[in-house]
Design a protein around this ligand. Structure first.
Ligand code: ZN
Length: 333
């Protein structure tokens, strides 16, 4: 079952591994969101209110606001893009929604404030952006800060009540715990593992599929959630079988990517088919095809296939097999 189609208490898991909506080109970058940007999360300070208060009021401390999965970013004259941060004395003091994110290599402490709206700016240079856009523009440090803050925000927003007794919970540990005042339960941010895999056959062709509701021509890797009691390797074999009918033998882990839409961790694999016969389920995946490198290049250049793009690990898995950045359609500027 693809993550996009799994029933959920929310109306839908908003596009969990469905990164291909963005058109931003990510070639030239390493895998967005996966690298460590040099931030020490310093989790041992999260329960230390005196330390947190001193860190908050320190003159070098930087704060940014997250709201609804967005933060302010700003394009600089040198062509880079930065997360807009401010000193804490400029930031509204709302302790209940203050997340301590960590300390960078220069000793600067970072906090995020979760607010109902992003702050207005008079200069009009900063703009609100979600991670799909910001993830390909920001430095590794800024990306790491933003993905941490938005992951916390997503969890906080949907876990206000105790799952044991139903009482309203309160934030603790600088945003990393919710505690129930009635029954004493502590709730921690959840991360839902999902597998995403590029399957190849004995001719080294790649299996790409398209989900029913994707734009015409969009093909990407298969993906799905890990189920309770299942290893991630078994999830790869099961998901490929369910969605495409292809049987998979060996499975090789490649890399992971936090995917806070709202709370997934994408685990990327290369997998080898033992039988190439395709039989799509028709429900989640409407078409799957084997592509040689030449097939894929020609189909992309002709505009018949839109490959995965943007911050997603899917694009990196396909490029890993392809051996180079993917070509672009001939007729697109
Ligand atoms: Zn409770």
């Amino acid at each position: 079952m693809t993550p996009d189609h799994r029933p959920s208490s929310a109306a839908q898991r908003p596009g969990t591994p469905q990164p291909e909506r963005t058109g931003a080109a990510a070639s030239g970058r390493t895998l967005a969101l996966t690298s460590t940007g040099g931030i020490d999360r310093a989790s041992h300070h999260r329960m230390d209110e005196a330390w947190l208060a001193a860190a908050w009021s320190h003159p070098t401390t930087r704060v940014f606001v997250v709201s609804g999965g967005q933060a302010l970013i700003e394009d600089k004259e040198d062509g880079t893009t930065e997360l807009v941060t401010m000193p804490s004395f400029d930031a509204p003091f709302t302790e209940a929604h203050r997340y301590f994110l960590g300390i960078d290599e220069d000793g600067v402490r970072y906090f995020a404030l979760q607010k109902d709206t992003l702050p207005g700016r008079l200069d009009d240079i900063a703009r609100p952006a979600g991670l799909r856009e910001a993830g390909v523009l920001l430095s590794e440090r800024d990306s790491e800060l933003m993905v941490h803050a938005i992951g916390l925000e997503n969890w906080q927003r949907t876990h206000r009540f105790c799952s044991r007794c139903g009482e309203r919970t309160v934030i603790a540990a600088a945003g990393h715990v919710r505690r129930c005042p009635a029954c004493g339960a502590e709730h921690y941010p959840r991360t839902d593992p999902a597998v995403i895999m590029l399957v190849t056959d004995d001719q080294d062709r790649a299996l790409l599929g398209r989900q029913v509701h994707w734009p015409e021509g969009r093909f990407s890797t298969l993906a799905g959630f890990v189920e309770p009691g299942e290893s991630i390797e078994a999830a790869v074999v099961r998901e490929v079988g369910e969605e495409s009918g292809v049987r998979v033998g060996s499975v090789e882990y490649v890399a992971s990517q936090p995917w806070p839409f709202p709370s997934s961790l994408m685990l990327g694999f290369m997998a080898r088919a033992t039988s190439p016969d395709i039989q799509v389920d028709g429900d989640e995946i409407e078409e799957a095809r084997w592509f040689s490198r030449e097939d894929l290049r020609a189909a992309i250049e002709a505009g018949e296939v839109l490959p995965p793009a943007g911050i997603s690990i899917a694009a990196r898995l396909v490029e890993r097999w392809y051996g180079a950045p993917l070509p672009r359609p001939r007729h697109t500027p």
